[in-house]
Design a protein around this ligand. Structure first.
Ligand code: SAH
Length: 459
């Protein structure tokens, strides 16, 4: 096979997260060769260009889908294929969850060499309009084109697609997005150009609680202009939304990195947080604190964690990587004490405030790196819950957890099963074996998946 040449083939299977293996169809010796082509679906016939070749490992870039897969029975949104999200959205939802659970089981089976129960997948209660948060970027759809506001185009760094009919959010998001976009277009306000660092508009952050329908809107800009957001606030107030905008904010951010970051925030009207409910508890969520993006899915994930932990009466539980402390608070009513550790101070502040709001006085939250905090906590845990970021546990933190704690059970929640697999191998060295595992789909339409494992100590 030759780099730069165009080939055709059929997708045989897809490994997590989006590595499709295409069997080449040709009349020569290339027939049957396997090439990885990202963002394809099992049984699609695709055309691709070979762009990487290392020994007998081939990779190609998808050019077009020649024949749909029989698994594709759903009409996609208008932005499908252009927008970088929701690769699986044309698949029936039941097919999506089957595929994801098979991918995760393959990964786990390779590293777990004892008997364990793989319980399959818990689906999301809703597979559309499930997200409670979106971070949209200002930019343009083509170089020097008109103002755009939305998500990044697939395989591009700068181009934005205005996602006015995205299906994974409630229509309130789409209406707010288009209103804000049209407003700034009309006013001719420039977006921040990522190369020259000149401009004003950066991001639009929208949070909408699924249970309470409270909405928070935050416009993130640089300080290169002084623009009064009051008029836009008045326009937003009059929108026929099904939820209610309880706060409209203006955040200033002059950092160079392309991240939604808070340097200072002005409340234009209302307040700077929304309330959401999970499993009967209330949580105040500010613009920038971490909160699971699928509220109804999070209830299922946390219920699973609680089920795996079993009896927590009279036990001390550590919730490591606790974010806004949701897991800690869900466990607290059934435990002697729960200690959460989280590195982002704002999240720890919210966690403490939420615990008070929920009348829980047996939760402690520590703002620190897990690695450091473990040296300073005097309490000894009976049970540990781990919910680290994508890359998994820091090797030194893992060693500490493995060596220092002699806990009966560890619950490991992971949003990246490949990192999880690597950590499971290490935890086994300290005597922790996986007993039960399952997936929880928090991200319908996309390639992402959460995995929850119960580990027990064997020696
Ligand atoms: N358990 C929470 C959040 C999990 S996300 C929930 O379900 O909502 C992972 C969290 O780990 C993030 O909030 C992130 O800020 C935090 N984090 C990342 N690195 C960390 C570290 N070294 N020490 C402590 N917390 C960390």
């Amino acid at each position: 096979m030759k780099k730069g040449n165009i080939y055709q083939g059929t997708v045989e299977y897809v490994d997590f997260p989006n590595k499709a293996y295409v069997a080449v169809e040709s009349n020569d010796e290339d027939n049957g060769k396997k090439v990885i082509v990202k963002n394809s679906i099992p049984r699609q016939k695709v055309e691709f260009m070979l762009n990487k070749k290392k020994k007998d490992k081939y990779e190609g870039r998808l050019i077009k889908v020649l024949e749909k897969s029989p698994l594709e029975t759903v009409e996609p949104c208008n932005h499908f294929g252009i927008c970088g999200g929701c690769v699986y959205q044309t698949m029936d939802y039941m097919e999506q969850v089957q595929l994801k659970q098979k991918q995760v089981k393959n990964i786990l089976d390779k590293v777990i060499n004892n008997n364990y129960e793989f319980e399959g997948i818990v689906s999301s209660p809703i597979s559309e309009a499930y997200r409670n948060k979106m971070e949209y970027s200002f930019g343009d759809e083509i170089k020097e084109g008109p103002l755009a506001l939305g998500l990044h185009k697939r395989n591009t760094t700068y181009d934005i697609v205005s996602v006015n009919s995205c299906k994974i959010v409630h229509d309130d998001f789409n209406l707010i997005l288009m209103t804000v976009l049209n407003y700034f277009k009309e006013k001719n306000i420039p977006y921040l150009h990522k190369v020259t660092h000149k401009g004003y508009l950066r991001h639009l952050l929208v949070r909408r609680a699924t249970k309470t329908k409270q909405i928070l809107v935050d416009i993130v800009t640089t300080t290169q202009l002084q623009y009064d957001m009051v008029e836009l606030g008045e326009i937003l107030k009059k929108l026929p939304l099904t939820g209610e905008i309880v706060g409209f904010l203006h955040t200033f951010n002059d950092t160079l990195a392309d991240v939604v970051k808070n340097e200072s925030t002005k409340v234009i009207y209302g307040r700077d947080y929304i309330e959401e409910e999970l499993l009967g508890l209330k949580f105040k969520i500010s613009a920038f604190s971490f909160f699971q993006t699928n509220s109804l899915g999070a209830e299922r994930l946390y219920s699973k964690a609680r089920e795996y932990l079993g009896d927590t009466k009279d036990k001390i539980v550590f919730d490591l990587y606790s974010g806004t402390g949701t897991i800690a608070q869900i466990l607290a009513p059934f435990a002697k004490k729960v200690i959460g550790v989280e590195i982002v101070e704002e999240a720890v502040k919210s966690a403490k405030m939420n615990a008070i709001l929920n009348g829980l006085n047996n939760c402690d939250f520590i703002a620190d790196d897990v690695l450091k905090a473990l040296d300073n906590i005097t309490d000894k845990p009976d049970l540990v819950v781990l919910d680290p970021p994508r890359d998994g546990l820091h090797p030194k933190a893992l060693k500490k957890i493995g060596e220092d704690f002699n806990v009966a059970k560890i619950i490991y929640i992971s949003c990246k099963p490949t990192s999880l697999a690597r950590d499971l191998v290490e935890l086994k060295k300290y005597g922790y074996e996986v007993r039960r595992a399952c997936c929880v789909d928090m991200f319908p339409g996309t390639v992402h998946i959460e995995t929850c494992c119960l580990l027990s100590r064997i020696k």
